[in-house]
Design a protein around this ligand. Structure first.
Ligand SMILES: *Cc1c(COP(=O)(O)O)cnc(C)c1O
Length: 406
């Protein structure tokens, strides 16, 4: 029995991050202040955006983006069920109802043709997802959005450093290509501050609204008041919320942004080793990277090949028995207990007719199949060659001949 343990993810935080946190502690200014401002400028530069606004996490970033674009009670947002449940939850938090479209087998993101079927007279926005950092079909989705006059919010929670081919050039996700992109800084993502989120946009007015609404719509940030030598009073312009990121968190993110290119390069090299090995596996198939996409491989989704091989649970148990962590494919909101209540969501202007209460929708066959035929393998920057070899050995031991003799 192998005593080797390979986790799915290990956050890569070192001395620079520890020193950054200590610097903030010693400075005496620990919440949203100069470190958040510097982090925002560096984040904007890293993804090629004009404006970046930091908040407490990506879930509130999505909610804030949707609300600022006018989404509220009685509205619908066309999105995907095949995502971390935060995507659907952000829609519900605005008071609107998600309308789920099915996804594409390669991008795991919204299928532009399916999106058309999810649009209704109540649709107020489109929320697409760059799932696991794999760019979704922005070109197709934006074509539909433009035709219908709908704003697009990109759930880019996992996608920092991923790129798309856009008008002849490679551009990072987050420019953004829609109206707003929202990133996560959770430890499962490529850059982490413990928790955190960032909204990017090219619209100065939107960026201004995000800054206002993340801090109780207060007219003057406390950094400004703190440094003023004249007495004045701030005003609170409308009911809002506290979605602040802290300076402690932002400082920890800065060294990671500074080495982002190397992080992405390392992850792509690890993915290339998996691609090559899985191309030879009779049990697992590698994900396909489309010619217009360059993925940061926030996660590595292997696919069970069709046929009579061992099933998802058997493969995961086989890996676990050899000390290798893995995870089931991306979940579907409509199959979670929270969304069993059929009125919380729908699948189009005239629903498919399946009751939905049983966690099944006739319009989402790919979403449902992908969850049960995909397997996330360990991939993280800082992963050693030995660790990856341990995963590959366990995968090789899935081959029928080897299985019989072991
Ligand atoms: C992680 C994730 C989120 C939520 O991010 P938080 O920062 O944890 O709120 C949203 N959408 C997707 C696709 C995610 O993977």
């Amino acid at each position: 029995m192998d005593t080797h343990r390979v986790p799915l993810v290990r956050p890569s935080l070192g001395e620079s991050e520890a020193e950054a946190a200590a610097r903030v502690v010693r400075s005496g200014w620990v919440t949203q202040g100069p470190e958040v401002a510097a982090f925002e400028a560096e984040f904007a530069r890293a993804v090629g955006a004009e404006h970046a606004v930091a908040v407490a996490n990506c879930t509130v970033a999505l909610e804030l983006a949707l609300r600022t674009l006018g989404v509220g009670p009685g509205d619908e947002v066309a999105t995907v069920s095949h995502s971390f449940v935060a995507t659907a939850n952000a829609v519900v938090a605005t008071g609107a109802r998600p309308v789920f479209a099915d996804v594409d087998d390669d991008t795991l993101g919204m299928d532009a043709a399916r999106l058309e079927l999810a649009l209704t007279p109540r649709t107020r926005a489109i929320l697409c997802v760059h799932q696991l950092g794999i760019p979704c079909d922005l070109e197709g989705i934006l074509a539909v959005a433009t035709r219908r006059g709908l704003p697009v919010v990109e759930d880019a929670a996992c996608a920092i450093g991923s790129e798309v081919r856009w008008q002849g050039r490679w551009e990072r996700i987050g420019r953004p290509h829609g109206r707003v992109a929202c990133f996560s800084l959770h430890p499962r993502k490529v850059v982490t501050t413990g928790d955190g989120g960032v909204l990017t946009t090219s619209d100065a007015e939107l960026a201004h609204r995000f800054r206002l609404l993340r801090q109780h719509a207060m007219t003057v940030p406390d950094t400004v008041r703190h440094h003023s030598d004249r007495v004045f009073f701030e005003a609170y312009l409308e009911p809002a919320h506290n979605y602040r990121l802290t300076d402690l968190q932002a400082a920890v993110g800065r060294p990671q942004l500074a080495r982002l290119d190397a992080i992405i390069e390392e992850r792509r090299a690890l993915a290339a080793v998996y691609h090559e090995a899985l191309a030879r596996s009779s049990v697992l198939a590698p994900p396909r990277e489309l010619p217009w996409a360059r993925c940061n491989w926030q996660s590595y989704p292997a696919r069970l090949r069709d046929g009579s091989g061992p099933g998802q649970v058997a493969v995961m148990q086989h890996l676990l028995d050899r000390g290798i962590a893995s995870k089931r494919g991306v979940s579907n909101a409509h199959q979670e207990p929270a969304y069993r209540e059929g009125r919380r969501w729908t699948c189009g202007p005239t629903p498919c007719g399946v009751g939905h209460a049983a966690g099944h929708c006739a319009r989402l066959p790919r979403s449902e199949r992908l969850r049960d035929t995909t397997l996330l393998l360990p991939l993280f920057h800082g992963m050693t060659a030995d660790e990856q070899q341990a995963v590959l050995a366990a995968v090789a031991a899935l081959e029928p001949g080897v299985r019989r003799s072991s």
